[in-house]
Design a protein around this ligand. Structure first.
Ligand SMILES: NC(=O)c1ccc[n+]([C@@H]2O[C@H](COP(=O)([O-])OP(=O)(O)OC[C@H]3O[C@@H](n4cnc5c(N)ncnc54)[C@H](O)[C@@H]3O)[C@@H](O)[C@H]2O)c1
Length: 268
């Protein structure tokens, strides 16, 4: 029996990268999947690509802007109507803008916050309403980042949205637990996708150097964590932030001449 047989799963921002990997994995494990992306053609192509790998089509494209709250609510309702319910939401859509704090503008702030924060919040709300109305258990997984835990240059807007998502998971978990809905956040570290390679052709090697596991993260690493949080085995886990970063965020900077072990240990 497939782990997610006939579960109804909606994933935002899933035309490529991590979201695409999540859709493909759920569909491969038997789920019926709604694949959202703001890029209409990309959403349809991505759904077609996954369906072509399956014995029967299980993925439907839902193009639309995950920052447009009325459109988002319509999309979630359409998917739930079409599938007879919604079991799992992965609010993955997120954008990054590199800008120094002193050059940041209200427009940049609003766009990043609208997609990453407002869109995520209201996607979770629309999904929760459908889950509660159906009286079925639900799983909501929110996409945060290690950049929501560690400060990064030129990332202040992105970082504050991702930090807020970790608190969102706790707050929503608290209110939704009574309906048998869990809410958790995922915080990937540097994860190899088409986008990051476009931004830095040496991304894989560069991040391998500073990650304790000795390698960059792959989409499959994040996908595995999301499927775990969505699985029956994770039913007692809620309000948490699962870090998937190969240990990158564990390291604290030390002075150059800091001895790893003092020469003389005199504890007498
Ligand atoms: N790749 C990483 O290293 C990394 C690390 C930590 C967190 N994340 C987070 O994971 C998520 C996915 O990242 P990724 O690297 O796979 O991204 P990506 O840019 O490769 O893909 C994101 C997809 O989302 C779509 N999208 C963008 N804005 C949208 C909107 N308003 N509505 C619907 N779709 C939209 C894009 O068209 C794109 O297809 C994001 O929330 C990101 O912040 C990524």
């Amino acid at each position: 029996m497939a782990r997610f047989a006939d579960k109804r799963v909606l994933v935002t921002g899933a035309g490529q990268g991590i979201g695409f990997g999540v859709c493909r994995a759920f569909a491969t494990e038997g789920a019926r999947v709604g694949l959202n992306d703001v890029d209409d053609a990309l959403a349809r192509r991505a759904a077609d690509q996954i369906n072509a790998e399956l014995p029967a089509p299980r993925v439907t494209a839902f193009p639309g802007d995950a920052a447009d709250v009325p459109a988002l609510q319509t999309m979630i309702d359409s998917f739930a109507d079409q599938q007879g319910g919604l079991d799992i939401l992965v609010a993955n859509a997120g954008i990054t803008r590199y800008v120094s704090f002193l050059d940041a503008t209200p427009d940049i702030f609003d766009r990043v916050a609208n997609v990453n924060l407002r869109g995520t919040y209201f996607a979770a709300q629309a999904a929760a309403k459908r889950m509660i109305a159906a009286g079925t258990p639900g799983r909501i997984i929110l996409m945060s980042s290690i950049v929501g835990m560690k400060a990064f240059p030129n990332f202040s807007i992105y970082s504050v949205t991702k930090a807020a998502i970790q608190m969102m998971a706790k707050s929503l978990a608290l209110e939704l637990g009574q309906y048998n809905i869990t809410v958790n956040a995922i915080s990937p570290g540097a994860t190899l996708t088409e986008r990051v390679v476009r931004e830095d052709p040496h991304y894989e090697q560069n991040w391998a150097q500073v990650t304790i596991s000795g390698r960059v993260g792959y989409v499959e690493d994040v996908v595995a964590a999301i499927l775990f949080l969505a699985s029956r085995e994770a039913r007692q886990i809620t309000g948490q932030n699962l870090v998937v970063d190969g240990g990158w965020s564990l390291r604290s900077p030390l002075p150059d001449d800091h001895p790893t072990m003092p020469e003389k240990q005199d504890y007498a």
